[in-house]
Every structure is written in C-alpha cells, then in structure tokens.
Design a protein around this ligand. Structure first.
Ligand code: IVH
Length: 677
C-alpha cells in the first residue's frame, strides 16, 4: 500500500484513470483504517491530505459517489458501546498557504451576498482526537468520540479519568462541549520508553498514543497517561448576538482549558499577519503538546448560522496547516560523518522525496543511541521531519511491511576516514575519532575557516576545499594564499574555467584585509565564537601582540563572556607550539585591521545589516525597524549570513539558533542602543 500511495502522490491527477481512481478510494480507506482504528498511520497527514484532495477532484470528474461520506460505518472495530447521533461529524477544510485565507474570506462574503467586514479568531489546531462531553444538571454524564459515520463511541468512563475535564459545572441545563484530547509530549516519550523496554511496538506520535490510551477498556491506562483536554466548541451555544470570543470566555469561566494561543483579528489581512507570525516562531513555542496548524474561525456566530456547511466542512472555519514537516520514505544506506570535533554521527541516505521544490535525500539520525531507541534499520520505511532551518531528521520507523531483511545500524569501530579506532564517551552517547590529524577534521576545520563563519571567501565552498586538499593544492589555512601561483594546476582540475579561477583568486586576495574580530573568530578556538572573539580581540593593538600572546587566565577572565574553561582554551591555543608556527605563517599573509579607538562609533556601523526577531517587551518590531532604517542601515526580514546583527529578544529561539550557526552577532536591546549611541 505504501508503494501504491507513493505512486498516486507522484502522479498528476489529470492522468489518473477511472480504474485507478477506484483503487485510490481503496487506498484512502486503508489509510483511514490505520489512522482511526489502528492508531498506526503509515503516511504523514500531509501526504494523506494530498491523496484526499486528488481523490475529491477525481470523484467529481468521474462522477463517483464520494467514499468519504460512508466509510467509517464499515471500518471501526470497536468494543465500545455505540451511541447513535443526529448531528453530522464534520472536519475542517484545510489549506497550506496564506493566499487561500483571502479566498476563504471572499467565499464567505459571496455566500452572504454582501461585502461586509469580517473579523476572525485564530487558535491552535491540536493534533489529538476529537471528543464531545455532555453535561446535565450540573454534572458530567457522557463522553463520546468519533466512532464511525453513523454512531459514536461511548468513552465516558475513560474520559472521567482526565483530570482537567470538570466533572461538575455551574450550569443546570444540558451542555455539549467539544474539543480535543491530547497526550503531552513529555508523557509520550515516557510511554514509548516503557514500550521499548517491554518490546512492544512504539507509537509513532502523541496523537496515536492518545487515541489508543483513551480507548482502552482498562480505565487505569487512561488515567496513567494523564491525557489533557482543550475545549473549542459548544454546538448549541445559544446566546443571541454572540461572538466566538464570548463562547471561549464562557468555556473558560466554566472551568475548561482552551487554546493557550488565541488571537482576534479585525479583518482577514490582520489575521493572515498573525498566522504568518506564529508560524515563524513555531519552533520557539516549546509546547508540550503537538499542534499541526492553526484554526481560523469567524467571530460572529450569528453569521455561522447563515452560512453553515458544505457537505463536509463548516464554512465559518478553516484550518491553516504548517508547511509539511513529516514525510515518509525509505532508508537506503547509512553513512558515517565525521565532524570538526571528531564526533561521528550516522546519516541516512534516503529514497529521495520531493516536496514542492525541495528534494530531501539525506537525514540525520543524530547518534547511535537514538538509532537503538527508535529501532531504526537500513531498509526501513521511516517518517522524516523536514523543517526549514534544521537538517532533516529521521523521526520514527514504520514497522508495517518490514521484510525482516532490514539491517541493523551499528556504531563504527573505526573512523570511516582515517581508520583510527573509535572511542566512546563514558556517560555520553558520543562516538568520536580522536586522531588530531584525521583528514575529515582538517577538511571540516578548513571549510569553517574559509566559509561564512571565518574569512567568508566567496566561491570557496566545502566541495572545493575538499578537492584542493585531495589534490594537495592546499594543506592548511595559510596555504590558500599561495593558490595564486597555482592557477594552471587549478585549471587542470576541469572544475574551473579561466573566469571562475580568476573570481576565486580575487576573492582570496580580498580576504587578506580582515578585521581583528573576524580574524580571532576564524581561529576557531573552542567556545570562542563571534561575540567572545570580539572580546578577545580587544587585547590586541597590533599583529605582533597576537604572535607574542602574553596573557594569562586571570587577564582573560577580566573580559566579558569569558569564563574559566574558555580562558583555559584560549591560553592553551596560543601557547601550543604548533599553533605559534601556524599563526606566524597566517599573519604574514594577512593585513589585519585594528580599530582606531578615536574613530567615531557610528562610522563603524556604516552599511550594517540588521534583522529583528518578532517581539520585544517594550518595543514593537516595527519601531525598531524604523530606528534601523532611519539610521541608514539595512533591515532584513530573515536571518542569513549576509547579516551583521540580529537584534533579539532573549527567548526568541529559531532565529537565534540560525544566527548562532551563521555566526551572526546577536544583540540584546541594551547592546543595540549602546551600539548606536
Ligand atoms: S473546530 C466542525 N478547533 O481538527 C469542526 N477543531 O478537521 C469544528 N481540531 O475534528 C472543529 N483543533 O478534531 C476545531 N481549535 C480547533 C481544533 C480542531 C483541532 C480538530 C478536530 C476536528 C479536526 C477538523
């Protein structure tokens, strides 16, 4: 089924025949069963959504009866009592891009046949399972979950175990409350650890684990899992002239937990802005539950009653899903990669998956402990997570369809590059090569020193560094400045043409003029990154001060950002005889610039490029952008190596992480105002 699903994922819907469409219907049913009954999906939600959209299109094209309207009747294999229901169980329509939100707004106006301003609320879309709670005469009396199309499952006794669901409320009449049950990520992790110990199959995500835990006959299981409930709907909310904001406030006042993120926007433009903003800071949210997007709901509930539903979806609400993160593919082989520090990590070569314009062929497995814990083998189908700013990673394995010919992934005994016997950290999970001359380390080190994080030489990427090392055109950093005498040899490599060699050589010449801060950063002393390097650089007035390094640990501790471990690293670095020679050689090639202390500060800021994270306590991002632009500097909306500074609120995560990786200097608000004073 996995192969067939992949086939349909990749096939243009216009080329799918009637016969094939029937096949696709079966495939969707198959995945529904895995998702709703078995709690063990083998494709990602994103892939499922694509298949379902294709199917919807094809069912219309071939005038087939929609399967999605009667499927669940045959599917659910449940031992729970069934509760007939009168109201339809609908799902939200979904979109993956911001333009669709404008269309959503337009559609509503079309149906209303008037061009009025519509305001909305946006909240989390929880990735859990839907339930309905029923209260009568102040008491919780019943809970039902989606069973199948015709009848629901009674899970009252299980739901009674969920602590944050009120069992008594201050309301006499019948009240129906709908919402989502989720399993906290922290609990999920423990549950899987436990299952691994007992050799039970692992849950691939918290949603499946929650669904399974809620639907156990043994209610102790449900209680132990500490499930959590978020309320978001009261189908018979009968206030006149009510808004969705009122509804949520009522729920909160009655004792329910609601979405911790809840924003009101007076029109669709404002709401789109909020949505894009939260998407950007998603990785900073650090939520202990999974969300797979946001839900957008029309604020005015009396309008809900005017527009109601399409066949399957409410018209007053839609979901905005975050760009696909989870995908499925197969591990073809494992490669060991040796990092600058000698750490060896497993990297999976994947059957390539193509999402939009991005092709993913490799994903990291982090370390060998993780491989063992997640029970991942070569030949396995796996879920991988692709996020924008980090390397794709293998998340979990799909054991269904295993042939038992999958091969175990074992830590290497020897360094894959230099054959040195691999060491393992005592209590850590790190395997590493401790040969200081390991070519992999030399290569990585040099790539860092030449790259954006060091001299920042255009045209001189890691692949070229590797090639030049292999051809013995370079051996270390100082040697790159001799390349100008080796033009013929470079041309002979067939990687270059006259023009590209000239570009490269020119870039190398330009790199000779270097500020002392960048110079110190380029040395790559452990823990001495951009900010600390700037501090260390303050010690030097001329190049000879660097060669005749004459400071001890106490001197260094006087500097900001330098603590004992770092001070020791610095002293060791400059007093290592190998490095003394290296420094002398390197400095003789360079023209290091030292700041003229009399110089006015702002001249230094000429042409500087800033980015600002999303929010500060006392300043709006826009205000800061204005200050930056009024000073004639450039503002960038995203973090890239071009930046000089990232102005960050201390907790802002993903941008900070990225800036750190790219060695962009991170400024606090005080530092920023200090700098521009
Ligand atoms: S409102 C008519 N709000 O997403 C359905 N649903 O595809 C109105 N969900 O079945 C649902 N978070 O299980 C709503 N904040 C939220 C939600 C949410 C998650 C789920 C729910 C629903 C599915 C819709």
């Amino acid at each position: 089924m996995l192969d067939k699903s992949k086939y349909f994922l990749n096939k243009n819907e216009n080329k799918i025949t009637l016969e094939e469409t029937k096949n696709l219907q079966e495939i969707i049913l198959y995945h529904d069963n895995l998702y709703y009954n078995k709690e063990n999906p083998i494709i990602s939600d994103f892939e499922y959504d694509i298949l379902l959209k294709k199917l919807n299109f094809l069912e219309e094209k071939y005038d087939l009866e929609k399967i999605s309207s009667n499927i669940w009747a045959d599917l659910v294999e449940s031992t729970f009592e069934k509760v007939p229901h009168s109201k339809p169980m609908l799902s939200l329509d979904n979109t993956y891009n911001a333009e669709d939100l404008t269309d959503f707004d337009k559609k509503i106006k079309n149906i209303l046949k008037r061009d009025i301003n519509l305001s909305y609320n946006v909240e989390y879309k929880f990735d859990g399972l839907w339930i309905e709670l029923i209260y009568e005469k102040w008491n919780f009396i019943q809970a039902i979950t989606r069973g199948n199309w015709l009848q629901w499952e009674d899970v009252t006794e299980n739901v009674r175990q969920i602590e944050n669901i009120p069992k008594k409320i201050d309301y006499k009449n019948r009240l129906e409350v709908r919402g989502e049950v989720v399993m906290l990520k922290s609990i999920f992790k423990k549950v899987n650890e436990e299952r691994l110990k007992n050799s039970e199959a692992l849950f691939s995500n918290p949603r499946n684990a929650a669904s399974w835990s809620l639907r156990q006959k043994n209610i102790n299981i449900t209680r132990d899992r500490k499930l959590f409930f978020f309320a978001y709907d009261v189908p018979n909310f009968e206030e006149e002239e009510a808004s969705y904001r009122d509804l949520i406030t009522h729920l909160e006042n009655t004792g329910f937990s609601v979405s911790p993120f809840f924003e009101y926007g007076e029109n669709i433009e404002k709401i789109t802005e909020i949505i894009l903003d939260i998407q950007e800071k998603k990785s900073d949210l650090n939520l202990d539950f999974e969300i797979d997007g946001l839900v957008l709901k029309l604020d005015n509930i009396s309008l809900w009653r005017e527009i109601w539903f399409t066949g399957h979806h409410p018209r007053y609400a839609t979901s905005y899903k975050f760009p696909a993160e989870l995908l499925t593919t197969k591990i073809l082989s494992i490669e060991e990669s040796v990092w600058r520090t000698g750490t060896i990590t497993p990297v999976a070569n994947l059957e390539s998956v193509n999402i939009g314009w991005v092709i993913v062929k490799r994903a990291t497995l982090h370390n060998y402990d993780e491989v063992k814990n997640k029970d991942i083998k070569i030949g396995d189908n796996v879920f991988i997570r692709r996020a924008w700013e980090v390397i794709p990673e293998v998340v979990s394995v799909i054991t269904e369809g295993r042939t038992w010919e999958e091969k175990e992934i074992l830590p290497p005994e020897k360094c894959p590059i230099c054959d040195t016997k691999v060491k393992k950290d005592e209590d850590k999970v790190r395997y590493y090569c401790d040969n200081p001359k390991c070519p992999a380390k030399t290569m990585q080190n040099l790539a860092y020193q030449i790259g954006k994080t060091g001299l920042n030489i255009d045209w001189f990427g890691p692949a070229i560094v590797e090639k030049f090392l292999e051809e013995k055109l370079i051996t270390d950093l100082p040697s790159i400045f001799n390349l100008k005498d080796k033009k013929e040899e470079i041309l002979a490599l067939e990687w270059f043409q006259e023009k590209s060699v000239n570009n490269l050589l020119e870039a190398i010449e330009n790199a000779k003029n270097i500020g002392v801060n960048t110079f110190i950063t380029t040395l790559w002393i452990s823990w001495v990154w951009k900010v600390t390097a700037r501090e260390v650089a303050k010690l030097f007035k001329v190049a000879d001060d660097i060669i005749n390094f004459n400071y001890n640990i106490e001197d260094l501790l006087e500097l900001n950002d330098v603590w004992p471990e770092i001070a020791k690293n610095i002293v060791n670095f400059f007093h290592n005889p190998d490095n003394e020679e290296f420094l002398e050689k390197l400095i003789s090639k360079l023209n290091i610039e030292f700041p003229d202390k009399n110089n006015n500060n702002n001249a230094k800021l000429l042409d500087k490029k800033f980015c600002v994270t999303w929010s500060f306590d006392n300043y709006k991002r826009d205000e800061l952008v204005k200050i930056i632009e009024e000073n004639g500097w450039e503002f960038f909306s995203s973090v890239s190596w071009k930046l000089d500074y990232l102005l960050a609120w201390e907790k802002a995560g993903s941008k900070i992480q990225k800036a750190e990786k790219l060695w962009v200097e991170i400024l606090s608000l005080e530092e920023f105002f200090d700098l521009i004073k």
